[in-house]
Design a protein. Structure first.
Length: 192
């Protein structure tokens, strides 16, 4: 009989543990049910507003909208899904190319700025300004009639005739200017 009582106590303990598990499970289910009811209570007004808004928007469209148009559009989208996906792939590739071009553009701009800075440090722009100034002075002082005579064939002058020409003041001025240009081009900008 003692064995029966011990066995009975064990079974009661097992039943008590199982009832505890079932009670915990029932409480969890009740909490879930309450949460679901609260969610429904929150979503029902939102759903009603959405339906009302949809009705109002469709009423604005009025007779312009027909269900067949929507079905036709849906069929067309489904039929052309592969084209839409191909278009999206191309658009993504185009975006990649745009990113690469932006990066390349920044590099080209940076390289150009560095090259211009190097030319400025080496005096290229100063040299160009000075050379342009010399050319402007020469052009300002030259008579247009003299420019026309440059194209004429002087024949074959002798060395003595050329040396006689050096005695003329215009030739000496021209030679001095020519030497100044050569000095400027050679990097020697000293005035005589």
């Amino acid at each position: 009989m003692d064995k029966d009582i011990v066995l009975l106590h064990k079974k009661i303990d097992q039943l008590t543990a199982q009832v505890g598990i079932l009670t915990d499970h029932a409480e969890i289910e009740q909490r879930r049910s309450r949460d679901l009811d609260e969610l429904k209570a929150d979503l029902i007004p939102i759903g009603n507003q959405l339906v009302q808004l949809t009705i109002n928007e469709l009423a604005e469209i009025g007779t312009e909208f027909e269900l067949e148009d929507l079905i036709y559009l849906l069929k067309r989208v489904l039929r052309n899904t592969h084209l839409i996906l191909a278009m999206m792939d191309r658009f993504e590739a185009l975006m990649g190319i745009a990113d690469e071009m932006e990066l390349l553009g920044k590099q080209v701009f940076s390289t150009t700025v560095e090259g211009l800075d190097r030319l400025e440090r080496e005096g290229f722009f100063t040299f160009a300004r000075e050379s342009w100034g010399v050319l402007e002075k020469i052009v300002a002082e030259v008579d247009p009639a003299d420019i026309r005579s440059i194209g004429e064939d002087p024949g074959s002058p002798s060395t003595i005739a050329l040396l006689r020409e050096l005695n003329q003041p215009e030739v000496r001025k021209g030679m001095a200017r020519l030497l100044q240009i050569v000095k400027t081009l050679g990097g020697n900008t000293q005035d005589n």
